[in-house]
Design a protein around this ligand. Structure first.
Ligand code: SAM
Length: 227
């Protein structure tokens, strides 16, 4: 019930050249450009296969990218070789970052909250605040899965190939197991259910919020400064 099958099924997260991944980049690029005005050293936290690392490199940033998955990192490194990219891909855990304090101008954390339980996200935010320079910025993009849950429960179809065949929240809706079904197969993945309010309350412990905007019905783009 891991994420591997999920990522395999959805090129939006694995194939940086796919139309689906490109759409994610197109939606975020103007916001990143607006809120990252000065060039500098960036940590792409939970970078996956590196699409946003490459974008930021192309925009002139010096990028270090970290993920804890060998599968995602090996794909990222293949793409990097292909593009002659200088992004430094590092295997590591967001909850205990292998970097010195005050060493990044920006940390970007895109579309990854579903992997993080409350204690894990608390450690991650604490680490982000540690590695950011005092003048640094934390850029956070996430889906409000709490608000999306009722929509999913109504049986909305996702993608062209897969649809959600079952939605199984735990009793207090802290996590939800989604079953994805295609003509050929089905698989289940457990997601952590983060809502905007809970994310903001936790972030408040370590950061000052400078900006928050809704990208679409259930997705947010936020900018924080360390406290
Ligand atoms: N940010 C990338 C993007 O938008 O394409 C990747 C997003 S992907 C949905 C989430 C990533 O978080 C996966 O690559 C996963 O391996 C990574 N991840 C999950 N838990 C992690 C942890 N504790 N430390 C580092 N990376 C983690």
């Amino acid at each position: 019930m891991g994420f591997e099958k999920y990522y395999e099924a959805f090129p939006a997260y694995t194939d940086v050249y796919s139309e689906e991944y490109r759409k994610r980049i197109e939606a975020l690029e103007p916001l990143l450009m607006k809120h990252m005005p000065a060039r500098g050293r960036v940590l792409d936290l939970a970078c996956g296969t590196g699409g946003f690392s490459f974008l930021l490199e192309d925009l002139g940033f010096n990028v270090v990218a970290l993920d804890n998955s060998d599968v995602m990192l090996s794909k990222a490194r293949e793409f990097a070789k292909d593009r002659r990219s200088k992004v430094e891909f590092v295997k590591g855990d967001a909850r205990k970052l292998p970097f010195e304090e005050n060493s990044f101008d920006y940390v970007v954390f895109i579309d990854s909250l579903v992997h993080f339980e409350p204690m894990d996200l608390n450690s991650t935010f604490k680490e982000v605040a540690r590695v950011l320079k005092p003048s640094g910025r934390f850029i956070l993009q996430f889906t409000d899965l709490r608000a999306l849950l009722p929509v999913l429960m109504n049986g909305q179809i996702v993608g062209t190939e897969y649809w959600i065949s079952r939605v199984l929240p735990d009793t207090d809706e802290k996590t939800v197991v989604l079953e994805f079904q295609s003509e050929k197969e089905h698989f289940r993945v457990r997601f952590n259910v983060w809502g905007k309010t809970a994310v903001e309350l936790l972030a408040k412990l370590y950061f000052r919020q400078l900006h928050s905007e809704r990208m679409n019905e259930h997705s947010y783009f936020q900018v924080y400064a360390p406290k």
